[in-house]
Design a binder for this molecule. Structure first.
Ligand SMILES: [Fe+2]
Length: 295
C-alpha cells in the first residue's frame, strides 16, 4: 500500500496512512516520506507500536543518527533510563519514578516548553526529529509546531532584506536563562559555548526560505544584546501566530516526525507531578552548518 497524506493545518503538517513504521521500508516508501517531509515538514504516523530498536531502524532510513560526545543532555550515560541511539523525553528517573520538581535535569527539560528547533545550539543542527508516544497523560502535553517557511513568507520585504545576512548566536545557556535557570557548572558553560547560525535558511531540496529561530538564540552578531533579544522576541511572536501553528494532541502509538530546518516546536504543560509522560526521541544529524550556506 502506498503512503497517503492528509494535511492537518492550513500551511503544513500531514497525517500519513499506509506505512508500518515497525517494518523495513521499500525505497519507494522512503522517497514518498522524504517528499512528504519536504512538502509538509511535520508528519504524523498513528498507531505505531514501536520498540526502541524499531524506532531507531525506521529513523535510519532517512540518514545518520545524531551523536555527540559533548553533553547536550545533562544526564551521563550510566544515569540514563534508555539505551544508546534514543533519547528520553519522559518525566521519569532511571528507576522509573516521577522526577522531583527540583531535579536540575527536570529544569533542563522544562526549557523544551519554549519554542525551539532541536540542536540549534550545535554547530551542525539536527535534520529530522522523531518522537514516539509510549505513555501519554490524560490531560495536556500537546506538542506544538510552527511553520517557519510560512512565517518567513509573511514578513514584509523590508524585514526580509534586513534579516537576510544576519547571524545569530545559539546556546542552551540562553534558553535556560529564559526560564531563570542559570546555575550551570563551569563544565556546562564550556560545553554550551554559543554557536553561529544564520537567521534565514534555504531548504536544500525545495529552495524555500525559512526563519531559523529558537529560544536558544540569544544574540545577533554586530547588534547589542537588548536590540537582538527584543528583535528575536518580535520575530518569534510573528512566527508563532496561531495561523502558522499545528498543535499535536498525542495518542499512544503516535510517531511524529519533523524537519528542524523548517519548523520550531514546543512541549505544552501537563500534570507532571502525578502523571507519566513517556516519549522517546530519535534524531537525525544535519549535513551542513547553516553558516556555510549561501546567504
Ligand atoms: Fe525539541
Amino acid at each position: 500500500m502506498a503512503a497517503s497524506f492528509r494535511q492537518l493545518s492550513p500551511t503544513f503538517a500531514a497525517e500519513v496512512g499506509g506505512v508500518d513504521c515497525a517494518k523495513p521500508l521499500t525505497p519507494d516508501e522512503v522517497a514518498a516520506i522524504e517528499a512528504g517531509m519536504d512538502r509538509y515538514a511535520v508528519l504524523v504516523f498513528r498507531g505505531q507500536d514501536l520498540t526502541d530498536a524499531q524506532q531507531i531502524a525506521f529513523t535510519r532510513h532517512f540518514g545518520e543518527l545524531e551523536s555527540y560526545n559533548t553533553p547536550g543532555h545533562i544526564r551521563r550515560r550510566h544515569e540514563q533510563r534508555l539505551g544508546p541511539g534514543i533519547a528520553d523525553f519522559s518525566n521519569l528517573t532511571k528507576a522509573g519514578d516521577i522526577m522531583p520538581a527540583d531535579d536540575r535535569i527536570w529544569f533542563f527539560k522544562l526549557g523544551d516548553r519554549l519554542w525551539h528547533s532541536d540542536s540549534s545550539f550545535r554547530p551542525v543542527p539536527a535534520k529530522y526529529s522523531l518522537l514516539s508516544g509510549r505513555v501519554i497523560p490524560t490531560w495536556g502535553a500537546n506538542t506544538e509546531f510552527a511553520d517557519m517557511r510560512a512565517a518567513y513568507d509573511a514578513l514584509d520585504d523590508r524585514t526580509k532584506a534586513e534579516i537576510e545576512p544576519l547571524v545569530c548566536l545559539h546556546s542552551l545557556i540562553y534558553s535556560r536563562a529564559a526560564i531563570g535557570f542559570t546555575e550551570l557548572t563551569p563544565e556546562e558553560r564550556e560545553a554550551f559555548r554559543p554557536v553561529r547560525q544564520r537567521l534565514v535558511r534555504t531548504h536544500p531540496v525545495t529552495g524555500r526560505k525559512s526563519l531559523f529561530l529558537a529560544s536558544h538564540a540569544g544574540a545577533i552578531e554586530g547588534w547589542t544584546i537588548p536590540e537582538a533579544q527584543v528583535f528575536l522576541r518580535d520575530l518569534t511572536e510573528h512566527a508563532t501566530q496561531r495561523k502558522f501553528v499545528y498543535s499535536h494532541q498525542w495518542r499512544v502509538g503516535d510517531l511524529v516526525m519533523w524537519d528542524n530546518r523548517q519548523t520550531m516546536h514546543r512541549a505544552r504543560r501537563f500534570d507532571d507531578r502525578n502523571e507519566v509522560r513517556d516519549v522517546r526521541r530519535t534524531t537525525l544529524a544535519g549535513d551542513v552548518a547553516t553558516i556555510e550556506q549561501a546567504a
